[in-house]
Every structure is written in C-alpha cells, then in structure tokens.
Ligand binder design. Sequence first.
Ligand SMILES: *Cc1c(COP(=O)(O)O)cnc(C)c1O
Length: 463
Amino acid sequence: MSRSAHPAGPRHADVLTEGHYSAPPADLNSLDPKVWSSTVTRDKGGELTVGGLEVSRLAEEFGTPAYFLDETDFRARCRAWADAFGRDADVFYAGKAFLSRAVVRWLHEEGLNLDVCSGTELATALDAGMPAERIAFHGNNKSEAEIRRAVEAGVGRIVLDSFQEIVRVAHIAQELGTVQKAFIRVTVGVEAHTHEFIATAHEDQKFGIALAGGQAAEAVRRALKLDGIELIGIHSHIGSQIFDMAGFEVSARRVVQLLAEVRDEHGVELPEIDLGGGLGIAYTSEDDPREPHEIAKALSEIVTRECDAAGLRAPRISVEPGRAIVGPTAFTLYEVGTIKPLEGLRTYVSVDGGMSDNIRTALYDAEYSVSLVSRTSDAEPMLVRVVGKHCESGDIVVRDAFLPADLAPGDLIAVPATGAYCRSMASNYNHALRPPVVAVRDGSARVIVRRETEEDLLRLDVG
Ligand SMILES: *Cc1c(COP(=O)(O)O)cnc(C)c1O
C-alpha cells in the first residue's frame, strides 16, 4: 500500500521523515462519517455519543476497553447488501469477522445467510436459530466430526477445499443417507489487496484447488461422480480489504471459463458461483470503499459479460462480505493511561488494552484512526502512537495518528472500524481479560458478549 508522507503537524514538522502519517486533520474534533458508524455524533458538550448514549456513561457502566457495536448501523448494512444483490443473488455474512448469537439473530431477521468455518461457529449459528439451509461451511481442514455435524444439521452448502475432502464429504453424506450440496473452492491465480491485485503464477497457499494444471477440472470430475455430493457451483475468494474490482474481474472470468469447460466435458451447467468476500472498508479518512449497490452492479455485469461470451446461462451469484458489514459498525473505547513524549519522535499514548483486543496492527500492519471522545479540545495536534499494555514492543493499536496535545490520563479515546477481526481474534496474552461487546441501539445498550473475568481464566487453569 502506498501512502505519501505529508508534512506533519506544527510541533514536529522538522524531524519527521518517514511513516504512514499524513497531515493532521483540519479539525481534530470532527468525526469522519466514513470511519464511524451511522449513529455516532458529538453531543452539545462535545462528547461522542452512539445510539444516543454518551461514551462516559458507557465507560462507567461497561468499563474499558470495550467494543461498542451500533446495531442500527449493522442492520442497515445487512439490508443494503441484501437489497443491492436482490433476489437473484445470495449474501453470506462471513461469521469469522465477528460472530455472536445476537449477530446471528440480526442476520436472520435481515434476511442474510451465514458462512462459518469451524464446528463451533456452526454450533453458534444453529444455537441462535439460523436455519441450516442458510449456512455455508468453509475451511481447509474440516475434521470428520465437523463435516458430520454440518451434514447432519443440513447446511445449505459445504465448500470443498481439497481432493481428500471431496471424498470425505461424499462418504459421510452417504453414510448418513443424504446428498450434500457443495461448492468447490478454486484458486484462480489472483491475489487482491486493497488497491492492487497480483497475478500469481502458482498457488503457494493452503486454500482451495488450483485452476492451473487442470486440477480444479479434475476435482469437478471426481465430485460429479460421487453419489453423496450434489455439486452446485464454484467458489473463489481472492483476498481482503479490496477496493479495486479488477481482481474480481479476473477471478470471475476464470471461474466462468471453468464452468464452460465443465459444460463442454460433462454436459452440465453448474448453476451457481460464489465470488467470496474481501471488500474493503474505511479504516482512515484516506480509504474510499464502494457502496454495496456499486459492487453488486459491477459483479453482475462482469459475470453476465463473461457468460455471454462463453454461451452460458448466467449463474446465481453469492458473495461473502464479513468486514464490509460488521467492520464499520463498532469502535473500541479505551482509557488513556501513561503518556510518554519522546522528544523528536512522537508521543506514546498507552491504553488499557492493546494487541489482545486488536491484533491487526501487529499482524497485518493495519492502519487505524483514533479520536479523543470524552471531550473536545482546542489544543494543537500532536503526533501519537497508541500502544497497549502488553509486554511486547509491537503492541501497537494505532501506528500514526494525531490527538490533541492536552491529552491526559483518564481521557477516553476510541478507535473506529474495529467491528471485524478484533473481538474475533482477541487473545488472553498477559492474561488479559477479553473485552465485552456491547450493542447499542436507540438509547439503550446491552452486553452481547460479556467481559471475561479472572474467574473465567482461573477456571480453565485446572492446576
Ligand atoms: C475471510 C473470508 C471471507 C470474508 O472476508 P472479508 O474480508 O471479511 O469480507 C469470505 N469468504 C471466505 C472464504 C473467507 O475466507
């Protein structure tokens, strides 16, 4: 990802020569609607509110760190995706981004389907009442027990990820006296990240079956022969945090080519394709994500064009957004602790969480923004790095950002766009107690995943 370094703020302009930071925002108190959920605003006193509730009250009631999830925004995003894709396509929310029973119920109510990729994600979905036929089961190493559970439950589709799994699923389905609907996951030789996609000559990664070398065609051949499987489509997932549709274009073209090959060889037109997830969101003001209706239009045009060219009926399309639905709906609220100005460098602002509640910065070099939310400030901007309290120098939450220079211990700061891959990837490093997820809607807040307690941790430790 390329980011140009602009002159930094007035305080440190002379010494800053590298980094991801841009110029400080014109107004540090403004809340960019691109990165904050839809009901977030500042009240008259300058405090951030979500769903009409002030963060200081939320912090008092639920503690920090905590994730606050804007249910109104979550439901609106579900509807936007469902409406954009309409009746001729299926939207599967990727549960790995963040899954809880409340979320499953919202998805169900808003008409979305659900991707799971483990037996326990499946259990969560079923427990919360998601109809099994609306669940897709993913994973590169599903155990026999997981497959059995999925087939028994009657999941709508299993996405087959290897030659061995094709046989395993067919065998288990037959044993259970049923036929399992399935997709084959292929790797199309495209890897997409943010603003670029990379054509990969060979597929040096663990997911799926390569189109290259006729492997995917061979997988289709085998699946079509097995009684326990009804092959309904081809699946491709090309990456994450993608803004550019070019990668999807290549992916769709190659998947459609395979459909044409399958028709020519077997006289079968597979009725569906699944183009996966990976659609990007705004983590900072510099990101420009597309709206669901633009994505739906672009994907459907690409698929229609490729199918027309190949003389195929256009298949039913599925997509699997995770981040694009839940990511923008939540922020993490932290209390500021130690503040350490490093002369000529930047100011380190320590918060009461860190890599245990947001591993993405350390793991992917992800960029986030941050705001002072318990009050406004007219102080000048200072360049900060927001760090956690863990015993690791890579324990960074926000690598480069600007906060007001009068920031003080006890202030509340919030990192927006932490709905995806934060709580779901949270850890107990340093015996951190994983933060709660609090859903906020229309002036009321309720815990949907509670904070871990010392007791929870000690219970697991059986001495
Ligand atoms: C991770 C994943 C998704 C969701 O990705 P997002 O970036 O959250 O949209 C969808 N499908 C598959 C197969 C995945 O592995």
